[in-house]
Design a protein around this ligand. Structure first.
Ligand SMILES: C[S@@+](CC[C@H](N)C(=O)[O-])C[C@H]1O[C@@H](n2cnc3c(N)ncnc32)[C@H](O)[C@@H]1O
Length: 234
């Protein structure tokens, strides 16, 4: 039976896909890749390109605007959800790809809400992926948590107050989406005397990967959208 697969494709290295993800991508009739800026390739699609055969498979891009306008976003999600439901209804196995894991801060989660509500009969399987967080922790050699420690994962865009709260109550804090608040975050770490606890990781698992542990070097860096920080009590 035709199914919609939400496939996590890992952080960037095609070797960091699960075997299930690779198998489903190879056998999908349609692979849908999200992209946010017109004219730019989908990061997720670049990761899986070597598994796909464009002569045999349909590869479609779906635009999701980078905006906080709720109406524009809802329209984009609804459009994508009904396109996916339509393809499955036409008998196609469809793989919707997302970077990292599909159930962690991904666009797919918005689609999932709409699909469950508006297209509940669409068979759906979620294929977990290795998240950027796990990869960053491995590459930087920093454990995320041990024994009875607590970990907080928070998009920096949630704001400085929430970041302070997380740093106060958790031994490890992972900040995603650091780019828009990069300078205020560094300033906060300075004020809290936590500069030695932070590591910055960008484009992990790709050939543009950067790991910065030295705070001074962090202050001279211009972060990419695909970057995160791990702040861990020593
Ligand atoms: C919308 S979230 C998606 C998270 C993704 N679902 C995951 O499991 O990793 C996007 C944020 O994840 C982080 N991220 C995703 N891929 C990354 C990478 N290759 N290197 C560093 N950070 C990454 C960045 O903080 C980025 O702003």
């Amino acid at each position: 039976v035709a199914t919609l697969y939400a496939v996590g494709v890992g952080p960037g290295d095609p070797e960091l896909l699960t075997r299930r993800a690779e198998r489903l991508l190879r056998s999908a009739d349609v692979v849908m890749a999200p992209f946010s800026r017109k004219g730019e390739d989908s990061v997720a699609l670049e990761i899986v390109r070597e598994f796909l055969e464009p002569e045999r498979q349909e590869i479609v891009s779906q635009h999701f605007p980078m905006t906080s306008d709720p109406e524009l976003l809802l329209t984009a999600w609804q459009e994508a959800a009904s396109r996916l439901a339509g393809l499955v209804a036409a008998g196609k196995n469809v793989a919707f790809i997302t970077i990292g894991d599909p159930m962690l801060y991904s666009t797919f989660i918005y689609l999932l809400h709409i699909i469950r509500q508006s297209f509940p009969l669409v068979p759906l399987e979620i294929v977990p992926g290795i998240s950027s967080i796990n990869t960053a922790s491995a590459v930087a050699g920093i454990p995320l948590a041990e024994a009875d420690q607590r970990i907080s994962i928070i998009p920096a865009t949630a704001g400085i107050t929430k970041i302070i709260e997380a740093l106060t109550h958790h031994e490890t804090v992972v900040l995603l989406k650091v780019k828009p608040l990069y300078a205020p975050i560094l300033e906060l770490l300075r004020q809290l005397k936590r500069t030695e606890d932070a590591v910055f990781v960008e484009r992990v698992g790709s050939n543009q990967q950067k790991v910065i542990t030295d705070f001074e070097s962090m202050t001279h860096h211009q972060p990419d959208y695909l970057s995160l920080m791990i702040i861990r009590s020593k």
